[in-house]
Every structure is written in C-alpha cells, then in structure tokens.
Design a binder for this molecule. Structure first.
Ligand SMILES: C[S@@+](CC[C@H](N)C(=O)[O-])C[C@H]1O[C@@H](n2cnc3c(N)ncnc32)[C@H](O)[C@@H]1O
Length: 220
C-alpha cells in the first residue's frame, strides 16, 4: 500500500490480476452504482464521462439515460479492465460509447460535458490533478456523483478492518479514506453526502456552479 498517494503503476498491476473476476466480485455494489447514476439526473442527449470506468459495469445505466443522441465516455488506465469494457460495449452494440485508455489526469476529453460519474474510484479522488482534469471538461452546472468505500466510524467502526481488507484489492492508497469525496467539495456546489452500509460506504452528489469555471481555482 502506497503511503504517498495513488500509484498508477501499482493500479495497473492490481487490475491485471483483478480484471477477470472483477464483475463477479463487485456485483454486490452495483445497486449503489445505479443510485449514483440516478443522482446525475441525466437527460436524453447528455454527454457523460464515466471516470475510471473499469469493466464498464455502469455503462448500461448511463447509455439508457442519455439515449442514442447522447454520449458516454469511459476512461480507464488499466488495459485489462478496459478490454472487458470493450467486449461489453461491442456485445451490446452501443454506438454512443467511447472508451479511452488513459490516466484520467491526462485524458483528453471533449469540453462542456454534462456530467461525471466517479464509481468506486478512491485512487482517482485522491489525485488533485485527476479531479481537476475532469472538472475542467465539465460545463457550468454539470452534475457529479460518486460512490465508494470509506472508513466507518461510530456504530460501523468495528467493520473498519474488513472494509480495508476488501478495498485493498482495488486501491493503492488509503489516504483520504475517512472522507474520500473531499477533493470534489472544492468544485461541487452543495455536495450532499449520504453514508451507506453503516458508514462503510458513501454516496455523494451535487453540481458545479452555474457561473463559468474561470472563477474556479483550477491549477494551470
Ligand atoms: C474499483 S475499479 C472501479 C471500476 C468502475 N468504475 C466500477 O464502478 O466498477 C477502479 C478503477 O480505477 C481505475 N483507475 C485507477 N487510477 C486511475 C487513473 N488515474 N486514471 C484512470 N483510471 C484509473 C482502475 O484501473 C480501475 O479500473
């Protein structure tokens, strides 16, 4: 586990091993993915980025909501996870899904996107450059939603070790595990955070301010 923040090479290695069994292992969390997608309040014709889309497990819900006139852009740095997503997309014949093999920190995206989904993306949320690059490509007022695991407190505290053991398969840092959404708060207005599963998980959503991003403090 990396003490100094997320480690992309370690993530690629982790997901090389995890890709083939990922969908089966992560199926219990899919309902939360659907909840996060619902929080995006997508409309037909919208363009949405599925940040660190992995095997594309959320694609079908996004595609359904944006319709044939919309677009879903999935970005992931793991070639192994993205291969599963590509198979899935081809199998379904989704003409409006674009899959991009890149680290989200440097991904080239269309500008003016309507929404961004961060589903089970702890590493990405701990990278200031990653969050900034997504925000930079969103339109003013765009919707953002995230769900994932977190360190439980209060009644769920005894479950903390178990949550970390499970999350350890998928993250390269536990930095920010108390409040994984914190970097989003800098950009997302009125970020609403709801705890899930006795505080072992969270769902967070909100929108960018409607005024132009030039007023946001994005690094150059
Ligand atoms: C737990 S999986 C989540 C996949 C998918 N979003 C889901 O809900 O099932 C985390 C994904 O983040 C990807 N990832 C990690 N760091 C990344 C980065 N900097 N840029 C793009 N993808 C990244 C990994 O390759 C992996 O596919």
């Amino acid at each position: 586990m990396n003490e100094g923040g997320p480690n992309r090479q370690a993530a690629i290695a982790k997901y090389r091993k995890a890709a083939s069994s990922y969908d089966a292992r992560a199926r219990l969390y899919r309902r939360y993915g659907r909840m996060a997608v619902a929080c995006l309040d997508l409309r037909p014709g919208d363009r949405v980025v599925d940040v660190a889309c992995g095997t594309g497990a959320n694609l079908q819900h996004l595609v359904k909501r944006v319709g044939a006139g919309g677009q879903v852009i999935g970005v992931d740095l793991s070639p192994d996870m993205l291969n599963v997503a590509r198979d899935r997309s081809q199998r379904h014949g989704w003409a409006n899904v674009v899959l991009v093999a890149a680290a989200i920190e440097e991904a080239e995206l269309p500008v003016g996107l309507d929404a961004a989904l961060f589903s089970l993306t702890h590493d990405v949320l701990q990278s200031k450059r990653a969050v900034e690059n997504v925000v930079r490509h969103l339109r003013p007022g765009a919707r953002v939603a995230s769900f994932g695991a977190k360190q439980p407190k209060g009644i769920g505290r005894p479950l903390g070790m178990v949550v970390r053991r499970v999350a350890d398969r998928y993250v390269t840092t536990f930095d920010g595990f108390d409040l994984p959404w914190l970097q989003l708060e800098a950009y997302v207005q009125n970020l609403t955070v709801r705890e899930l599963l006795m505080g072992c998980g969270y769902l967070a959503w909100g929108s960018l301010p409607v005024e132009s991003h030039t007023t946001l403090e994005l690094s150059k």
